[in-house]
Write a protein that binds this ligand. Structure first.
Ligand SMILES: Cc1cc2nc3c(=O)[nH]c(=O)nc-3n(C[C@H](O)[C@H](O)[C@H](O)COP(=O)(O)O)c2cc1C
Length: 226
């Protein structure tokens, strides 16, 4: 079982996304390849379509994306771990995902009631897990990210800063236990019990959300320089 884990937080191992990602990874016996996207040389897609026409399957850029596509093709599970920035995934992840264009063929085929490009590379696509953290205490913070990856397992934690404060983190223990269980199930059976899914998307009570807002406001008041 091979996992390719991509962390799209520029705070890398200092961030809360990494805490949650590592929590998932530590529950598995899988062979793990993990990257901080900001450490990689990933250039932006130029939209030239050379990878579809002039040089089929080959991008005009030579950078770390060739390695990522190779690792993707060999993986059983792809984990996309991202903080929510401005309501969606970070641009680091978006830039990387756009660079998968060479792995698709240019043709358009009907898929359900929508349209898709067929794959160029004949692989069994990895199962995808979206791990997302947000600063607001609202579960709605993840609406767009979840829509971007509708077929992924969604693991979402609002007010993820609570992971770094022991007295607040203890409230998250049932959620963290559910993440551990999901990681074990996914890497041993290939699926996760659907009954576990709601526990993987943490929701605070309204009372707790107000306490988090108040706590955040007090914290920033203490940090702002006059
Ligand atoms: C530029 C920027 C935009 C952000 N936008 C949102 C947002 O729209 N909604 C939200 O809930 N949190 C937002 N946040 C907070 C982050 O999602 C939150 O702090 C996250 O846990 C950071 O993950 P990290 O510690 O791994 O970097 C934003 C943070 C930054 C720096």
């Amino acid at each position: 079982m091979k996992i390719l884990a991509l962390n799209a937080s520029p705070r890398k191992d200092k961030g809360t996304t990494d805490i949650l990602l590592n929590h998932f990874l530590e529950a598995t016996d899988a062979e793990i390849t993990k990257h901080y996207i900001t450490d990689l040389d990933i250039k932006g897609c130029m939209g030239c379509f050379n990878c579809w026409t002039k040089t089929p399957g080959k991008c005009i850029h030579t950078d770390d994306m060739q390695m990522i596509i190779q690792q993707y093709a060999e993986s059983d599970i792809l984990i996309l771990a991202t903080p929510i920035y401005n309501g969606t995934i970070t641009h680091y992840l978006q830039k990387l995902m756009e660079r998968f264009l060479p792995t698709a063929l240019p043709y358009q085929v009907k898929h359900g009631d929508q349209t898709r490009h067929p794959r160029r590379i004949q692989i069994k696509p990895p199962k995808t897990v979206l791990i997302a953290t947000a600063g607001f205490p609202d579960h709605q913070a993840f609406n767009i990210a979840k829509q971007l990856y509708p077929n992924s397992l969604h693991i979402t934690l609002p007010a993820a800063q609570n992971l770094t404060t022991p007295s607040l983190r203890k409230h998250l223990q049932p959620f963290l236990d559910a993440v551990t269980e999901a990681a074990k199930q996914l890497t041993t059976t290939g699926t996760v019990d659907p009954q576990l899914a709601p526990q993987l998307q943490y929701q605070y009570s309204e009372e707790m959300r107000q306490a988090i807002r108040d706590g955040a406001n007090t914290y920033f008041d203490s940090q702002i320089k006059e």
